[in-house]
Design a protein around this ligand. Structure first.
Ligand SMILES: [Zn+2]
Length: 430
């Protein structure tokens, strides 16, 4: 690990000793001067100032002209950290593809604590331990979920907040998160937060190196509960290659046969072509269809997209399921009649129609179906109800992987705020 160089004064050298100064070199990163806030620059070593009081000390980096190297007894100024640099990045930790938010919260500043024998040691992670983080990853213990730590993902950027007794201690906002990591966090319902001051996390690092570091007590780790997720429009596009074509052909064939048996309707080439095109993100073909032709194509696509809706034990899986959104209740009812008749043949998955109160037994069951049907208003009501209903409704709040909006005007679509929360969304315009 690269260390930073800084100038010290004789008192600091004597009080801290060579080992602690060496540790400080590994924990401090010269970005901005903690006096004036301007860059420390590439040339010249910054000055180390240590403020000490009652067995605690704060070491920070400054321009030499702003604050010369010094040991200052009597005051630890914790309020003046407005120039502190933090940086964060997201990656999937192995094994297990665990979505991880890696943060160095303190580039130019380190906390020190004095032991009983008078020796100093770095204590920058101690406040995190007190908040409920654990030091280092252990295979024996489950990861703790500190009560004050939460995260939200908004269109490709993640924000993590750390609160204690209602006060905001840290607000690490708007860090880029790649779509696959956002998706993984959405599925888990949380993201691992790893706090270290031993890395410049804005520079490339190897996941192997990170895993080694995570195994030591020099990283504080804890889970942040995800309170909301939304996706950028570009990431919601359904594109060729997203689907496995063999499964698709097989699923379409089964659906077509079920439709024939259930409602005595034969899927022709136009319907089939429209269904394939819709899975590739092209909606114009299905836009040309009407009546049972259109419903049959929608059913085949919905049924295929809902294949991952359940986990291995057959229970509804987080962040999965298809939400078909119709322009009005009559249309939703008409689709429900068609879809439920085919589902009765056992090939379309389960089908649910929204309308009952979201938190009622009926409303709850409908929302957990593999394919859900309803109007935009009904979905918005359910989305809000589950989002506000607390951890017991976490599964409901996460549901809905693919949204298919049918017979919509483009202007209505941009107003459908809740649509941002789907990993995949496709609209069939009128
Ligand atoms: Zn300065």
């Amino acid at each position: 690990m690269a260390g930073s160089r800084f100038r010290t004064d004789p008192t600091t050298e004597e009080r801290l000793g060579p080992q602690v100064l060496e540790d400080l070199r590994a924990n401090l990163w010269p970005v901005d001067c903690q006096t004036c806030g301007r860059p420390l620059g590439r040339w010249g070593r910054p000055a180390l100032e240590v403020q000490a009081e009652d067995g605690f000390a704060a070491a920070s980096l400054h321009h030499r002209r702003c604050s010369p190297p010094a040991w200052v007894d009597g005051t630890v100024d914790v309020s003046g950290r407005r120039h502190l640099t933090w940086r964060a990045g997201c990656f999937l930790m192995q094994p297990g593809n665990v979505p991880t938010f890696l943060i160095n919260p303190s580039y130019e500043y380190a906390l020190l604590r004095q032991g009983d024998a008078g020796e100093w040691q770095i204590a920058t992670l101690e406040p995190y331990k007190e908040l409920g983080f654990q030091l280092g990853l252990s295979s024996k213990q489950p990861l703790p979920s500190p009560a004050g730590v939460s995260a939200s993902i908004d269109e490709g950027f993640i924000s993590v907040d750390v609160r204690h007794d209602g006060a905001m201690l840290q607000a690490w906002h708007d860090v880029h998160i790649p779509p696959d990591i956002a998706r993984a966090a959405h599925r888990w319902g949380d993201i691992m937060v790893a706090v270290t001051t031993l890395m410049d996390v804005s520079k490339p690092f190897t996941i192997e190196g990170m895993s080694v570091l995570l195994g030591t007590d020099r990283v504080a780790v804890g889970k942040a509960r995800l309170t909301s997720v939304s996706y950028p429009r570009a990431a919601q596009q359904v594109k060729p290659g997203d689907n496995e074509s063999d499964h698709q052909v097989e699923a379409f064939a089964i659906s077509a046969e079920s439709i024939r048996r259930a409602v005595d309707f034969t899927v022709d080439d136009r319907v089939l072509a429209a269904a394939f095109a819709l899975c590739d993100g092209k909606a114009w073909m299905i836009g040309q269809l009407t009546g049972r032709d259109k419903m049959a194509a929608l059913l085949m696509v919905s049924s295929f997209c809902s294949l991952g809706s359940r986990d291995e034990s057959g229970e509804p899986a987080r962040c999965q399921g298809v939400h078909l959104i119709t322009p009005d209740t009559e249309s939703a009812d008409e689709h429900m009649d068609f879809f439920s008749a085919v589902a009765a043949e056992g090939a379309a998955g389960t089908v649910g129609r929204l309308g009952a109160s979201p938190l009622s037994d009926e409303g709850s069951a409908a929302y957990l179906a593999d394919i859900v049907l309803g109007t935009a208003d009904e979905y918005a009501a359910a989305f809000t109800a589950y989002g506000d209903a607390g951890p017991d409704w976490d599964l409901h709040a996460s549901r809905g992987h693919s949204a298919i909006v049918t017979d919509t005007a483009k202007s209505d679509l941009t107003q459908a705020e809740f649509l941002r929360h789907y990993p995949k969304a496709i609209a069939i315009a009128i």
